[in-house]
Design a protein. Structure first.
Length: 317
């Protein structure tokens, strides 16, 4: 792969920090030299900050926007995404595949720093590891990381702490809420990978999902942001594959293929004792998917939006 992810993300962060006050975010340097950018822990953040955070999380390989659309019977903001580099943007960058724990600190880690550590199975399977002197990560947490957290990440990523930038946003924040819902295509790509499909056959992806109201706390926000994709996400993929393979695969991709689907995510999360990794991995995918096969021109589609769960989750009467 000729694209280097971390330098792209690093340049994007530098650009955002030139006008940090416009985004209502703040940056500070730790004693170990790492830079931490607060997108919503002790700052207000903004919709534009969420857009930039999502863009950085994909190493600038995904275009993201928020436009008014329709949810049930009312107008509603929708997060739209598209990429011509779905493996790099979604699997090597955006996927929250790094569980970061240090003392009482916990965060779901995403962003291209994962490619420098390359400890997840998908990097081994797809044969990719990025060797670069700097790294950028996005942390979903309400705690700002300290030098102990930085040391752990830097050691696994094989970089100096001073060459690490960590962008932090809680789930129940303006920016955090948006960047999570920008993962519709990512969930489809990871589901395809989990099902054993050769994801390098996917040439492009487009997706949308409703932007939920910002919840009162992070636990409620985890429920709403996941419901947005599981029950409201649409994904359209452009692939070069065999129709027989796609016909067998298509019904297994939407979230409804999981026996756990149909209940609000917060209930499922509670049953799993609030451990993401204890949940059925087949659940994490968009509500509906369309796969366009450029080899034959045939279109495959499956799944549907669950308006009842979305309305209950978002507090719509």
């Amino acid at each position: 792969m000729s694209i280097l992810l971390n330098p792209r993300a690093w340049d994007l962060v530098d650009h955002v920090l030139k006008t940090a006050s416009d985004y209502r975010i703040e940056s500070h340097e730790l004693k170990c030299g790492a830079r931490v950018v607060d997108f919503g822990v002790n700052t207000k953040g903004s919709l534009n900050a969420g857009l930039r955070l999502a863009e950085i999380c994909t190493s600038g390989l995904m275009e993201i926007s928020v436009e008014m659309g329709q949810l049930a019977d009312c107008g509603w903001p929708m997060v739209h995404v598209r990429t011509d580099h779905p493996v790099e943007a979604c699997l090597f960058s955006q996927y929250a595949g790094w569980r970061i724990e240090a003392g009482k600190f916990f965060a779901m880690g995403s962003g291209p720093m994962r490619a420098t550590a390359a400890q997840e199975d998908l990097f081994k399977t797809l044969g990719y590891k990025e060797n670069f002197y700097c790294a950028v990560g996005v942390l979903e947490t309400r705690q700002l990381p300290d030098c102990e957290v930085v040391a752990q990440i830097a050691q696994k990523a094989n970089i100096e702490p001073r060459n690490l930038m960590l962008l932090v946003a809680p789930t129940a924040s303006i920016a955090g809420n948006l960047q999570i819902v920008a993962r519709s295509v990512e969930t489809a790509m990871h589901k395809l990978f989990a099902l054993g499909f050769d994801v390098t056959k996917v040439a492009a992806g487009l997706g949308s999902a409703p932007l939920p109201p910002i919840a009162k706390d992070d636990l409620a926000a985890i429920g709403r942001t996941n419901d947005a994709i599981l029950y409201g996400g649409h994904v359209h993929l452009i692939v070069e594959a065999d129709d027989a393979e796609l016909a067998e695969l298509i019904t297994k991709v939407p979230s409804g293929s999981s026996p756990h689907a149909g209940r609000p995510f917060i209930e499922l999360f509670k049953d799993a004792k609030y451990d993401f990794y204890a949940l059925d991995p087949m659940l994490f995918s968009p509500a509906s998917i369309t796969i366009e096969n450029t080899t034959t021109g045939k279109v495959h589609t499956a799944g549907k939006v669950n308006h009842d769960v979305l309305k209950a989750s978002f507090g719509l009467n």
